[in-house]
Design a protein around this ligand. Structure first.
Ligand SMILES: Cc1cc2nc3c(=O)[nH]c(=O)nc-3n(C[C@H](O)[C@H](O)[C@H](O)COP(=O)(O)OP(=O)(O)OC[C@H]3O[C@@H](n4cnc5c(N)ncnc54)[C@H](O)[C@@H]3O)c2cc1C
Length: 386
């Protein structure tokens, strides 16, 4: 029957980061996670890459600040030498068409204009010289050497540990939120499987389940859930020092991982309801190998020699918004906040998205200054291909 300043529902990367920034702002905060571990749902299925290669100001604001938070994780959280598995091996976007090369070159110029001072454009020959695994068909590429990937489980655990160490954060694992209670017109707390908790503010960070929470509280969120899959291929053939390699024409991508590589591809999928376990397609490994071989042909040789046991597939759900930007802010129900609409980049955006939410909660930012507010007009953008 404890009272808090803020209760967060959902202990993925976004809820964990939110608990950290809330505790740092002096808010007594509870984080509720129904599973027995943090970062065990969508966050656990990710390929966990991050990049500063963005050319749109709102995305750049989120990613630049988030990457800097991850790069300085120990100092930021006070955890010192705590490791979050950062690998800054770069991120390469490549194309095999003349149009694609021109598109990437223009995109890299726009990044520069925004302040990304270390991304490069490489023509086909330069790209192949630097990355000999690339196909003869590659016409152009952009690359940033300090992009990369990290361990979101370690990051989420570090955020939660830092919040608990500061004395303001309290983590409740294996605790399912059942219902949000109201106190007059305002949020009053949360009924959970361990009893009632009280707070004037609740933040929904429930990943694919967030829109359902909204609907139960009379808040309609413009979110579509789409399955996204990732294959792990055990092989020695994937260069361990390679960057994240994304085919900018199709969205197929791969990156090295201990013992092999992760491969992914955003195929067209029908919208889904929120799922606790997202079934993966057993054929996805073969599909992703084929798609990645277009620009990195060594995958064809790997595929020819693979045994079934060398490939495993996992799936999660992206929460897609019409303008591809996240939903961060207070809803029409006073005290009810949302941090969702990850559009497939929730890990790379998490620190700054969470910080932004807490700045709204504390009044440091107003909803008028908030480009991610829930009721903003949304222009349908071309969908992100990754
Ligand atoms: C194949 C794939 C590849 C990806 N690659 C990348 C990538 O390279 N880079 C990147 O940035 N992002 C990537 N993503 C996206 C990334 O995984 C998500 O953006 C991110 O994990 C979203 O985090 P979250 O905290 O919102 O959601 P989740 O991790 O789903 O966390 C929500 C949590 O809420 C809990 N919960 C729900 N309901 C309740 C309740 N009633 N009570 C208590 N707890 C509850 C759930 O158990 C869950 O742990 C990828 C995703 C997929 C599927």
């Amino acid at each position: 029957m404890e009272t808090f300043d803020l209760i967060i529902i959902g202990g993925g990367i976004l809820g964990s980061a939110t608990m950290f920034y809330a505790a740092r702002a002096g808010l007594k905060t509870a984080l509720l996670e129904q599973r027995n571990s943090l970062a065990a749902h969508t966050t656990a299925q990710a390929v966990s890459c991050f990049r500063k290669q963005w050319a749109e100001p709102d995305f750049f604001y989120l990613m630049k600040n988030s990457i800097e938070a991850y790069e300085n994780f120990g100092a930021l959280t006070g955890l010192g030498a705590y490791e979050i598995g950062i690998h800054q091996q770069g991120w390469l976007f490549a194309s095999a068409t003349a149009k694609g090369a021109a598109r990437l070159q223009a995109w890299q110029r726009s990044q520069r204009a925004l302040g990304v001072d270390d991304s490069e454009f490489l023509d086909g020959a330069a790209a192949r010289k630097r990355f000999p695994f690339l196909s003869e068909q590659v016409t152009g590429a952009t690359f940033r050497a300090r992009d990369g990937w990290l361990s979101p489980y370690e990051a989420a655990s570090g955020f939660a540990r830092a919040a608990e160490m500061n004395g303001k954060g309290k983590l409740f694992l294996e605790t399912r939120a059942l219902q949000i209670t109201l106190h007059g017109e305002n949020v009053g707390g949360v009924e959970t499987t361990r009893g009632a908790l009280f707070a004037p503010r609740v933040a929904i960070c429930a990943g694919p389940h967030s829109a359902q929470w909204g609907a139960r509280c009379g808040v309609s969120l413009p979110i579509t859930l789409l399955r996204r899959q990732r294959a792990f291929v055990a092989t020695r053939a994937a260069p361990a020092a390679a960057p994240m390699v994304a085919d900018d024409d199709t969205g197929a991508y791969w990156r090295p991982e201990t013992g092999g590589a992760f491969l992914g591809w955003a195929q067209d999928e029908p919208a889904q309801p929120p799922l606790d376990n997202v079934p993966a397609d057993p054929d996805f490994g073969a599909i992703a190998l084929d798609a990645c071989a277009r620009l990195s042909p060594f995958w064809l040789d790997v595929a020819a020699r693979l045994r079934k046991s060398d490939v495993s597939v996992a799936a999660g759900q992206y929460s897609i918004t019409p303008d591809s930007k996240p939903l961060i802010g207070e809803s029409a129900v006073r005290g009810l906040y949302f941090l969702t609409g990850d559009n497939g980049f929730g890990i790379e955006a998490a620190p700054q998205a969470a910080r932004h939410l807490i700045q709204l909660v504390t009044g440091e930012l107003t909803e008028q200054q908030n480009p991610f507010r829930l009721d903003r007009p949304m222009v349908q953008t071309q969908k992100l291909i990754l």
